[in-house]
Design a protein around this ligand. Structure first.
Ligand code: PMV
Length: 302
């Protein structure tokens, strides 16, 4: 059986779709999948989740790429997490399926090879996306990701120094629509949007350095700048703003939306001593605190 983690995007969303960098961490929500060949004429999927499109597509693309029989594969989703919070369930399930198929067929793809195939699966189902979530599911830890996976670098840090608090808005984000809205804005105001992306790139590059230096106050400031740019792009929402303002007022070093925007989650960076105050403030503002562990291991056999 193989398990792959979900993700939390720390900085750089939307710009990453256009080749700019982002920083993403793998989290303690995992998809576990087993695959075996039953020698029967069709493929079967045992699943507690409704949407098995990614599993089907992963079996199709994987069997083609590795010259395996196209039928007889039975995939079972042994452990899953819902897509409610925007924690990357699609990328995790895709990576886990491909990796479990490789294992069942005695193949040992490199991380890069696995990434190429999993990204192809996600793009053929969703049509859009930068692949950062696929990379997080494969590499794990916290990574600096750029240019559709052409640059992937680890950004090591110890979570015990700080707290990232995750607040859920209770509104499901529609990633594809939000990506399309940003694309429309980019067509209408190319220079303005390009400038925003360049600003985001600058702060993501600096954040990579500051995280390693443990200059958390500065990382918080950079998150705030990132949020301003995301607001300018039009992907924030009133609820996200309410939770972000509440976190800041309660003493967070920085706070921003995480992911596509419109809903899903916000994240706040706080010193350990402020954790409770900030969590209370987010809850009072109508958010749900979602306990999340970061820097988790990438795809692995279990
Ligand atoms: O909605 P999420 O958590 O999958 O994040 C989307 C992040 C985007 O940059 C908007 C899209 C992408 O694929 O990079």
């Amino acid at each position: 059986m193989v398990s792959a983690p979900g993700k939390l995007l720390l900085l750089g969303e939307h710009a990453v779709v256009y080749g700019y960098p982002c920083i993403v961490t793998a989290i303690d929500r995992r998809m576990a999948i087993s695959v075996k060949n039953t020698q029967i004429a069709t493929n079967g999927i045992h699943s507690a989740i409704n949407n098995t499109t990614f599993v089907e597509k992963a079996l199709e693309i994987g069997t083609k790429a590795w010259n395996l029989p196209s039928n007889g594969w039975e995939a079972a989703i042994e452990k899953s997490f819902p897509n409610t919070y925007g924690f990357g369930s699609s990328s995790a399930v895709t990576v886990a399926t491909l990796s479990a198929l490789a294992e069942a067929a005695g193949k040992s793809p490199t991380k890069q090879e696995l990434f190429g195939l999993a990204f192809q699966v996600v793009l053929s189902v969703q049509g859009v996306g930068s692949g950062f979530d696929v990379a997080a599911a494969i590499w794990g830890g916290t990574i600096f990701y750029k240019n559709k996976g052409q640059l992937i670098e680890e950004v090591p840090f110890d979570e015990k120094d700080v707290s990232f608090i995750v607040g859920y808005t209770d509104i499901k984000a529609d990633t594809t629509t939000l990506i399309q809205e940003v694309a429309k804005k980019k067509r209408e105001y190319p220079q303005k949007v390009e400038k925003i992306f360049q600003g985001i790139e600058k702060l993501v590059v600096e954040a990579k350095q500051r995280i390693q230096e443990k200059d958390w106050e500065r990382v918080g400031r950079l998150m705030d700048f990132n949020q301003e740019y995301l607001r300018d792009l039009g992907v924030s929402s009133q609820k996200l703003e309410d939770l972000i303002v509440a976190a800041k007022k309660a003493g967070a070093w920085g706070a921003k939306l995480s992911g596509a925007g419109g809903g899903d989650c916000m994240i706040a960076l706080v010193g350990k001593e402020k954790r409770e105050e900030v969590e209370t403030a987010i809850t009072k503002a109508g958010g749900e605190i979602v306990p999340v562990k970061m820097n988790e291991e990438g795809v692995k056999t279990i």
